[in-house]
Design a protein around this ligand. Sequence first.
Ligand code: GDP
Length: 332
Amino acid sequence: MRKARRLSPKAYIEGITSEDRYILSQAISVIESNRKEDNELSEEILAGIQNHTGNAIRVGITGVPGVGKSTFIETFGQEVIRNGHKLAVLTIDPSSQLSKGSILGDKTRMEELAMNPSAYIRPTASGKSLGGVASKTREVMLLCEAAGYDVVFIETVGVGQSETSVHGMVDFFLLLMLAGAGDELQGIKKGIMEMADAIAITKADGDNIQRAERAKAEYQNALHLFPMAQGGWIPKVKTTSALKKTGMTEVWHIITDYRQKMIANGFWHHQRRAQNIDWMHSVIKDYLLKEFYDTVTIKKMLVQMEEQVATEKIPATNAAKKLLSHFNDRNS
Ligand code: GDP
């Protein structure tokens, strides 16, 4: 395979911090690369930009396919930019790794926003790595922050496990819901609702307005039944229409109000600190898993062990312990 052309760490760091979009995109490719030789470069870039990160409002946006995510982000993103911000939108599509097809679709998404010089839109590789769907998204977000994007949206499809990972890397979690579709129809798990700092009922226009208002009242009641969030924030519900461009100012106001209140009571920084520590642990876990499953002798042994476990010749626990003990001894 042809070796990718790489710049020096300094060139990436200077390019990113001087808000050069082209260098930013190249640096993201380095971060997303699974090549061994890019690992060190990634670490150097991340260390070099560290002092320029952390200044953005990080917002997770989720909802089932068809709820109107890309249309919402297209309109809402422009509202954010009108308020003087630079916006990065990172989209995670967990389906793209399972099949060639993709839930987010091949259609052109967020065309207008993509042309806005204050917006940067990037699908982030879901990757086949064991690290899971969002394994590189967090680093990509840090790079965007260092490149001057002071609002970051991370969009996921609200059907999988990626929401939990995304919730662990954002300050605010926005759930998009359709009116009158029923929770089960929307594939939204209670756990996802519990993570929401706000719910936006989408497509509240035309014949749908009344239904949307009813849904708003229902969700507001449902949210009251959940235990109070750690920062003392009570989740808000708003009706929105991306088509009619309504509700956008209100949703942005909720987010800035949240930020102000959570900074004032210390929760904002408390959550960031906890997220950093959690991230370190999840990188350790990913790394150990990868080391384990990439070890050649383990791969061979696994085939035998699977067979013996399947035919109940050896208890699964004992097989696992044998493999782990082999893994521990492999370098001694
Ligand atoms: P996604 O799959 O969640 O990204 O959803 P899309 O943004 O692609 O929207 C799905 C469909 O809903 C499209 O046909 C949109 O035109 C439509 N849609 C999105 N937002 C609105 C809205 O505010 N009002 C109405 N009436 N339709 C909308």
